[in-house]
Design a binder for this molecule. Structure first.
Ligand SMILES: Nc1ncnc2c1ncn2[C@@H]1O[C@H](COP(=O)(O)OP(=O)(O)O)[C@@H](O)[C@H]1O
Ligand SMILES: [Mg+2]
Length: 171
């Protein structure tokens, strides 16, 4: 009983913070119906991007570069140089303090989060698996059929071991 009560107290205080975040007003209308367009020849440009998280310290100063289709780019630099900050800006978690990011000529500030993130796939350093089937873990966030799940697994070199499981993608 005391173990359960302790857990309930921790959940109670944790959920307060959780709901505080959920109650923050969005800067964008997520209920708006919009088309999910995939851009064929993506090109992202950073034009003189300057950025600071808070008012006193500039993290990025006049950063310019472009990323084109089929290009493989690595950001290299010491810890704290601003690599993750560039990724945060690419994903539109923040907006530049000055300068602009454009996606095929369109300013990020004029594009919705959906339009930007629909065209980006992100693989984190630590991967997250949900307590669901392999199929659901591969397909999450999109409405795809078994064939697409299997072709994705093949591309990720995972099909070989998944196909050997007794329940396959339903494991
Ligand atoms: N959310 C944040 N709020 C305020 N400052 C931050 C935040 N995230 C990172 N910083 C600061 O921005 C600088 C760049 O950090 P970061 O982009 O994480 O560097 P890197 O990924 O290259 O190690 C660091 O000085 C860091 O302290
Ligand atoms: Mg980092």
């Amino acid at each position: 009983m005391s173990y359960i009560l302790g857990q309930i107290q921790a959940i109670d205080s944790g959920s307060k913070e959780f709901f505080e975040v959920l109650n923050i007003e969005t800067t964008e209308d997520y209920n708006k119906k919009q088309k999910f367009e995939k851009i064929k020849n993506p090109k992202i440009e950073f034009q003189d991007v300057t950025f600071q998280y808070d008012s006193n310290k500039t993290v990025l100063e006049n950063v310019s570069f472009d990323l084109s289709k089929n290009e493989m780019v690595a950001l290299v630099g010491p810890s704290g140089a601003g690599k993750s900050t560039i990724v945060n800006l690419l994903l539109k978690f923040y907006n530049p303090t000055s300068g602009a990011i454009t996606f095929n000529g369109k300013k990020y500030s004029k594009l919705s989060h959906n339009q930007v993130r629909n065209n980006i796939a992100l693989v984190f350093q630590e991967n997250e698996l949900f307590s669901l089937s392999i199929k659901e873990n591969v397909a999450y966030g999109s409405d795809i059929d078994d064939k697409k799940v299997i072709s994705s697994l093949k591309k990720a070199n995972a099909w070989e071991f998944v196909s050997n499981l007794e329940k396959g993608i339903d494991t």
